[in-house]
Design a protein. Structure first.
Length: 256
């Protein structure tokens, strides 16, 4: 398959997340898949994409082979346009200057609500997770893209805790609860792309990767996904996209 080179699940997430970005956008990204996706987009079709980091960096350009381990690492600042404080970056979201945020989580439900706080009961959780960081701010104030592996334990009927609000209970509930803007725009997984129906705000299939079936999605999802009459197949990952990702992360710390 000369036009469909082998790609890891992490590379698939980064490629299709990058394709969802547009030139000129301001993107709030974290390390890992979000930064790989944004950096890939910069090198392909979005040279004027502006990357923001929670640590205060504006206009980041990450060098090949020098991916930062955190958004507070000094490698984030090299070649950037400006370095401020975390509060100034958060204020930019409040003022409407950020177009897209990138998020992930341990759990997501049918309405795009995310959990990155804990698994289990509130009083005695089985697993404690990293928590919100800037995830609640991003989810409350911007449109955001979620990139995560498609597994039944992650795609659940109801998240154990809403760290990041999506469309809450669907319909108009997000706006009714004081969040008139933003929400989950796209969910990128290793099985396909998913968005949210305009009226119900329930997750629906937008496109599936080559070879993925509807039954495979159902087996790996803990709720019913809305299926349009026609669901296209995504265009395959290209060798060019993989070459750029592998130059960015030659030690395969994030793309393995």
């Amino acid at each position: 398959m000369t036009d469909r080179p082998e790609a890891t699940a992490a590379e698939v997430l980064a490629v299709y997340s990058a394709r969802a970005l547009q030139n000129g956008q301001v993107v709030f990204a974290g390390v890992g898949t979000p930064l790989l996706a944004a950096s890939l987009a910069q090198r392909l079709d979005c040279p004027e994409l502006t990357i923001l980091f929670e640590g205060g960096v504006i206009g980041a350009w990450v060098e090949d082979g020098r991916l930062p381990p955190s958004t507070n690492d000094q490698r984030c600042t090299r070649l950037s346009r400006m370095v401020l404080g975390s509060s100034e970056v958060m204020l930019m979201m409040q003022r409407g200057y950020v177009d897209i945020g990138f998020l992930g989580g341990a759990q997501i439900d049918a309405y795009g609500n995310l959990n990155s706080s804990f698994i289990g009961e509130t009083a005695s959780p089985r697993v404690r997770l990293p928590g919100s960081g800037g995830a609640n701010d991003i989810g409350s104030l911007t449109d955001y893209i979620v990139s995560m592996r498609h597994e039944r334990r992650r795609f659940v009927p109801k998240v154990d805790f809403i760290t990041t609000p999506g469309f809450l209970a669907g319909g108009t509930s997000r706006g009714d609860n004081g969040l008139p803007y933003g929400g989950c725009r796209l969910v990128v997984t290793d099985l396909g792309l998913f968005d949210f129906a305009p009226e119900t705000r329930r997750m629906r299939a937008r496109a599936l990767h080559a070879g993925v079936t509807r039954d495979e999605v159902a087996d790996n999802t803990g709720f019913d996904v809305h299926w349009p009459d026609e669901v296209p197949v995504t265009s395959p990952v290209t060798l060019r996209e993989l070459e750029i990702l592998r130059r960015l992360d030659p030690e395969r710390i994030f793309i393995a």
